[in-house]
Design a protein around this ligand. Structure first.
Ligand code: ADP
Ligand code: ZN
Ligand code: ZN
Length: 698
């Protein structure tokens, strides 16, 4: 409906959230006039300055204290999108919690998680669309094609508490479903979803990556005939995203599958949340409101009194610690389906290789032999190396020139296929110079290796083998990844080379050899989560092999390492996540790291490193003073540069805060943020700053 520009005499005041970032100071709702009360959660359009913005009605409406004076200062709401029912109380509570916890303005967060197209559509357009919404284009499979297998005893046992919780209709503790790749976790998601759907509830399933949605979507579609499904992720067109969002909000879509942003889907009849691969770092948003969709899923489940199932072969250590402490209920699936065993892990000690000056191959002769054997038997192999390009740097050994990026504190990576040097941080690209730009030496050489070089070496070492590469370079075009994976499935590839992209989720049945070429760097990373990530990556990669019982017996995972005795690899050799987790948790406890401490980061950036540092030092003084004032146990560390300090000529620094109690840290942040905003205004050299609560990397 369109409101008249002149407010009616019986007008009332409505509070409206708009997309104003915290930093602008507009962190609370703004007041507008409406000629009738508007339900909280209604979407409206409101004027702000010269613009008209999408807004969300917040709080209750209040009568104007004096009928004639205030209308002069308050502007009327321009329009109400009343074709869309108001967002519900549970959704709003989730939003309030997330905004508070991650220290963002509620309006900014609200408007960033609603479909962007809502900002553009007029009420009239919406009116027309909704009419169409009854046939909202969400998938409705007509015929279930996949058989519904009998559950194994282990599956029944794991599922029972989830079903009991669904039937009891109350929030149990979160379930942590711990099971190897191929142990039947997805089947349990399907069974739990089946019950929730039969109860007339909506089901939300989160996956870490867009690439994994079609696979899971197909699995659900094959099981549930006649159930409307919607997907929510960032690769949808704005129109699709609006349509799917509305389908969920209106209750038409019963099953919603999506990436992290789907945690904010409006689901008025939510009955179950599943978070697949709950340990995956992709669940953490890395800009704007830096929320963890996994953590919000746990919060939302408690808020809405519904069960949440977190599934993983290598749970996040936070989740594992919760389960150890009895706060989460662990459900175990110890065996792989169909008797598929995990491959035998072979740690190949690179120190054993004779050193031959001038000869560099990424592959030990023993591994090459193992690859030949696979090829001869018609089996597939998968090699991964977490570095794309041909070589991470070009080098001149006469003057020591290196292909540094002029704009970043990083090397430019050598890409042989198109003879370019490319910076993976700022994207700048140039032709490979013919000679050393510094001394003219014509003999500049690549140092180290990436997937492109590995592919080249494999082609030379395994004549006749069909080698394919999957990484960010080969999958840039839409549909490319899908086509390449399809080729692997169809057996058109003998050896697949890739970055960690290839280790995730794809079910390659013919692979009997998986090899990690050089994973050691993670062992010595300054990031305290690096060992956890490495273990999970290697376990996941191992899970790619031997999914067929017949092949399992001769499946192997090779790790080429200079540190075969390292605890991470020893635990991997035993496939012993529990032992690994215990050892890591003991270390974390001793070091005062999560989950035994709670962290927040303040990051700031600008062109001049001194200006950024000055801002952070002043911020540190503020935080210290607040900690004193509250008597809070919050430790504030001095500012340090990020691991890649300069990107695109912008200097980046960060400051870490650590507290044994989450509450103490939250209290401090809440009091500190307004001070920081004021401080920023005094420090013009700072381009941007942001607070990251529960950061993944420090
Ligand atoms: P995960 O999600 O742990 O990787 P899945 O649920 O995908 O495991 O199960 C692995 C394979 O075993 C799939 O092909 C699945 O269809 C099959 N499967 C799962 N449960 C059963 C069962 N009870 N009986 C027969 N096959 C099953
Ligand atoms: Zn030189
Ligand atoms: Zn750069």
């Amino acid at each position: 409906m369109n409101l008249p520009p002149q407010a009616a005499p019986n007008a009332c005041r409505v509070a409206v959230l708009v997309d104003a970032p915290q930093h602008s100071g507009l962190s609370t709702a703004l007041d507008y006039l409406a000629d009738q009360p508007l339900p909280v959660g209604s979407l409206v359009r409101v004027p702000l300055g010269a613009r008209e913005l999408l807004g969300l009605v917040w709080e209750g409406e209040a009568p104007l204290p004096e009928p004639d004076a205030p209308p002069l200062t308050l502007r009327p709401v321009s329009a109400v999108l009343d074709a869309i029912p108001p967002l519900g109380a549970a959704w709003r509570a989730l939003l309030v919690f997330a905004a508070g916890y991650y220290q963002r303005a509620a309006g900014e967060l609200a408007l960033s998680v609603l479909p962007p197209q809502l900002r553009e559509v007029s009420p009239a357009q919406l009116q027309a669309k909704l009419k169409k919404l009854h046939k909202a284009r969400v998938t409705v499979p007509t015929e279930a094609t996949a058989p519904r297998p009998e559950l194994t005893a282990a599956q029944q046992q794991a599922l029972a508490p989830v079903l009991a919780a669904l039937q009891a209709g109350q929030a149990p503790p979160p379930f942590l479903l711990w099971g190897l790749t191929g142990s039947g976790k997805t089947e349990l998601y399907l069974r739990a979803a089946e019950v929730a759907l039969a109860q007339g509830r909506q089901v939300l399933v989160l996956v870490p990556e867009i690439n994994l949605t079609p696979q899971l979507e197909a699995r659900f579609a094959q099981r549930f005939a006649g159930v409307a499904m919607a997907t929510l992720h960032s690769a949808l067109t704005p129109a699709q995203r609006l349509q799917h969002w509305l389908a969920a909000h209106l209750g038409h879509a019963r099953l919603v599958l999506g990436t992290r942003l789907a945690i904010f889907a409006s689901l008025p009849e939510l009955g179950l949340i599943v978070v697949d691969e709950e340990h995956d770092p992709s669940y953490k948003q890395q800009d704007g409101a830096r929320y963890s969709a996994r953590d919000l899923a746990v919060y939302r489940a408690r808020l809405e009194q519904v069960p949440v199932v977190l599934g993983s072969a290598t749970p996040a250590l936070e989740s594992w610690a919760h389960a150890q402490a009895g706060r989460y209920q662990r459900l175990d699936l110890a065996e792989r389906m169909g008797g598929g065993a995990l491959p035998q892990v072979r740690l190949f000690d690179m120190n054993r290789l004779p050193r031959q000056p001038g000869v560099t191959t990424a592959l030990s002769p023993a591994l090459v032999e193992a690859l030949r054997l696979r090829h001869a038997r018609g089996e597939q192999s998968l090699l991964f190396l977490n570095r794309r390009g041909y070589a991470p740097v070009l080098h001149c050994d006469q003057c020591n020139w290196k292909s540094d990026c002029p704009h970043c504190s990083a090397h430019q990576v050598f890409h042989k296929a198109d003879r370019t040097l490319r910076c993976h941080h700022c994207g700048v690209s140039q032709r490979v110079p013919r000679a050393c730009p510094s001394c003219g030496n014509a003999d500049i050489a690549p140092l180290g290796r990436g997937t492109e070089q590995l592919e080249e070496q494999l082609e030379a070492l395994l004549p006749g083998a069909r080698v394919a590469r999957i990484d960010a370079d080969t999958t840039r075009l839409k549909g490319a990844l899908h086509a390449q994976l399809h080729a692997v499935h169809e057996g058109e590839v003998d050896v697949l080379v890739g970055t960690q992209m290839v280790t995730k989720g794809h079910d390659f049945r013919r692979i009997t050899l998986v090899a990690a070429i050089n994973p050691d760097s993670a062992l010595f990373s300054s990031d305290f989560r690096a060992p956890e990530r490495l273990f999970s990556l290697l376990m996941q990669a191992a899970g790619r092999a031997g999914r067929d019982a017949a092949q399992a017996a001769r499946s192997e995972m090779w790790v080429q390492t200079w540190y075969p005795a390292h605890a991470v690899y020893q635990a991997l050799r035993q496939h012993d996540f529990a032992a690994f987790a215990q050892a890591q948790l003991t270390e974390r406890e001793a070091a005062g790291l999560p989950p035994y401490a709670h962290l927040a980061l303040l990051r700031a950036e600008g062109r001049d490193v001194a200006a950024v540092r000055a801002f952070l030092l002043a911020a540190q003084a503020q935080a210290d003073a607040l900690a004193q004032q509250f008597g809070a146990e919050v430790l504030v560390y001095p500012p340090v540069p990020l691991p890649v300090a300069r990107v695109a000529n912008v200097e980046r620094l960060q400051m870490l805060m650590e507290a044994p109690q989450r509450g103490a840290l939250q209290r401090l942040l809440r009091a500190w943020l307004p001070q920081l905003q004021a401080l920023k205004r005094q420090h013009r050299g700072v381009l941007r700053w942001a607070v990251d609560v529960d950061p993944l990397a420090i």
